[in-house]
Write a protein that binds this ligand. Sequence first.
Ligand SMILES: C[S@@+](CC[C@H](N)C(=O)[O-])C[C@H]1O[C@@H](n2cnc3c(N)ncnc32)[C@H](O)[C@@H]1O
Length: 196
Amino acid sequence: MDHGLAFALGCLRNPRRVGAIAPASRALAQAVCDEALRGAPGVLIEVGAGTGAITRRLATAARALDRFVVYELDPDFAGLLRIAFPEVEVLNHCASRVDRLVIGADTPVTLVSSLPLLSMPAHEARLCIDAMLALVSRQPHSRLVQYTYASPHLRPFDGIPPGWHWRRAASVWANLPPATVWTLEQVPHSLNNGIH
Ligand SMILES: C[S@@+](CC[C@H](N)C(=O)[O-])C[C@H]1O[C@@H](n2cnc3c(N)ncnc32)[C@H](O)[C@@H]1O
């Protein structure tokens, strides 16, 4: 099935959980990919992959990575992702289980989230946020890349652990609607000590 049509049907099935009127544009997928694969990404994880607009870009660029795992709650989307990306581990699970993924204790994680945190049910969003925070705080040198459609000044969520901050990585106007890419990362040591 055409991915645009599949996305539209998914949106009709569950508008709050899909949370967007169109898949990510090429420009947004590229911006997320550039940010996610900056430095050493370690294990790459994408949550809320939809029909795979961002997955496609990540999978092409991430061929050299040891592991790329995708979480997608919608079973139809997960099925499409498995067919389109046989080399990727696609889990038809809620992202609130992401912290249960077994990963070597020293391995960094780069977590890319397309979850519509503002439109999905609030209790589910909180469980997903808690699981994502648990994972990136547990694995050393890990980061969370989250894009939003809200005001470019509004951080994706509050309640981040001490010593972490949001960095606005990119604004993407060529997307419907325009998007902001944010990275949650540990504050560099020098800033943490008040040395700017
Ligand atoms: C904005 S769409 C993703 C769009 C995708 N980046 C694309 O361009 O095709 C959000 C996705 O998150 C998925 N989703 C929503 N809640 C979820 C959850 N709790 N766990 C995993 N996936 C979830 C939805 O099924 C939907 O596919």
